[in-house]
Design a protein around this ligand. Structure first.
Ligand code: PLP
Length: 450
């Protein structure tokens, strides 16, 4: 099936573009020894985790559910790393997190003190996955269609039961059992599970302008421990520190941030095992200065003898997806307005939150080409407007439009406001052949309500 034959609305993951990004990231890993982790908050298209696992070191999570996804679909299958950071953890989640994560990063000294013993106990037990609650991973069945349609056809069961591999306590689904020799048993190697603990610091160095909502160093921020609150007691409990201050930025801003980190936390860095430089590095963008990034990583590694972690989200799936939509109606106010079957508020919320103008295939700025339209959708929100775009030809009801750069912060953020259907999810291979991974219907809307 080609992209123009897919149902609409539909997110399409472009595997060719994804792999190009992954090659760039792997090159950074290879040349520096840094570990690059996919920030799942940005892109959680787990049908592509087998591909992603070929190139980078693992996943990072914002809490239990993403951590579980990273564990189930990447760490346990391919032996990759699973990290988590949250501004605060729920008591009922920590035991399970300690069983499935390699790094747990705390946002405050109080959280570190509260959960240190839970992690110590998990480390003494030492078995990956064994700290899981008994009901975890057994919540019924997972429809086989949840998995990538390129799974081998010998999988006939319609239910995936979760079991524990007795050799290494690795949690495995039936699907994973198929991979167990290759992916899980051999990679997990029965190794002793050990959670490494870190804290997030706030280097108090803003490098963003006009983006206070995305600036963790803005005044009054809740993100990270400032130097004035950092002390020897914290140091006695941690292996590393984490900072995240960037958003869609180049390595010159990382350099400025690293100066601040060194100035403030330099004396501590010498005594730590690792430094996590967070996300927001637009490494796969054309104008990104990769050579400077490599210099900076090497400098931090060599000066302080640290393992370096980076956890980009956007850079992994940048420009590697589309949102295919259809024109449902055309109304006229001051200019012609296209009413689409995709919504900014429901399907690409960053358009309104960031805000930004999504690229649209074969279009120009308003007035640049012959026919200009305002693009909107079928929700009740008057401000659910995507932007004004122009085209070489007149647009008609039933035409398809292709929003670009739609793999990031789209599927992970969508919602069913107004009962608007969720877009299907498809993947497109290098030949342009598409396969539908998932479709959603009325039940997906209803199941989240009561
Ligand atoms: C702690 C942390 N790590 C990583 C990321 C990923 O950032 P990006 O997708 O901009 O690379 C974010 C994004 O907000 C974050 O908060």
């Amino acid at each position: 099936m080609k992209i123009n034959e897919l149902p609409t609305p539909c997110y399409v993951i472009d595997e060719g573009r994804l792999e190009e990004n992954l090659k760039i990231l792997k090159n950074v890993e290879d040349r520096t020894g840094a570990h690059i982790l996919l920030a799942q908050k940005c892109f959680s298209g787990f049908c592509e985790y087998p591909l992603i696992a070929e190139y980078i070191s693992g996943t990072t999570a914002s809490g239990l559910y993403e951590a579980r996804l990273g564990y189930e679909e990447m760490a346990s299958r391919f032996g990759r790393e699973n990290h988590v950071y949250s501004p605060a953890y729920r008591e009922e989640d920590m035991e399970e997190l300690a069983g499935i994560c390699d790094h747990i990063v705390f946002n405050s000294k109080a959280q570190l003190l509260k959960y240190k013993t839970v992690i110590d106990a998990a480390n003494v037990a030492g078995n990956r996955g064994t700290a899981l609650h008994s009901d975890a991973y057994s919540a019924g069945s997972t429809d086989i269609s949840d998995y990538s349609s390129n799974e081998p056809s010998d999988v006939v069961s319609s239910a995936v039961n979760i079991r524990v591999n007795p050799d290494n306590n690795c949690i495995l689904s039936d699907m994973h059992y198929r991979y167990s020799d290759k992916d899980c048993s051999s990679l997990d190697n029965g190794r002793k599970h050990n959670v490494s603990i870190g804290v997030r610091v706030n280097p108090e160095c803003s490098t963003q302008e006009g983006h206070a909502i995305y600036d963790p160093c803005s005044p009054g921020s809740r993100m990270g421990i400032k130097l004035q609150d950092f002390d020897e007691e914290i140091m006695s409990m941690i292996d590393g520190i984490h900072f995240h201050t960037l958003c869609e930025q180049n390595s010159d801003d990382l350099e400025i941030t690293l100066h601040a980190v060194e100035e403030k936390f330099g004396p501590y860095l010498h005594r730590l095992k690792w430094l996590n430089m967070g996300g927001g590095h637009h490494i796969t963008r054309k104008d990104y200065d990769v050579e400077r990034l490599i210099r900076l990583i090497k400098h931090m590694k060599e000066t302080y003898d640290l393992e370096i972690y980076l956890e980009p989200g956007e850079a992994v799936a940048l420009n590697a997806g589309y949102n295919v939509t259809k024109v449902l109606d055309i109304v006229k106010n001051d200019i012609p307005i296209l009413i689409l079957d995709t919504s900014a508020a429901c399907h690409m919320p960053d358009v309104l939150e960031m805000p930004y103008r999504p690229p649209l295939k074969d279009s120009g700025e308003a007035g640049e080409k012959l026919f200009t339209y305002r693009l909107s959708c079928n929700t009740c929100l008057a401000g659910d407007v995507i932007g004004e775009y122009s085209f070489d030809h007149e647009i008609k009801v039933g035409d398809r439009l292709y929003f670009e750069d739609m793999a990031i912060y789209s599927m992970v953020k969508n919602n069913t406001f107004n009962g608007i259907p969720l877009p299907a999810i498809a993947a497109m291979d290098r030949n342009g052949d598409c396969r539908i991974i998932k479709e959603f219907g009325y039940e997906d809307f209803k199941m989240r309500l009561s």
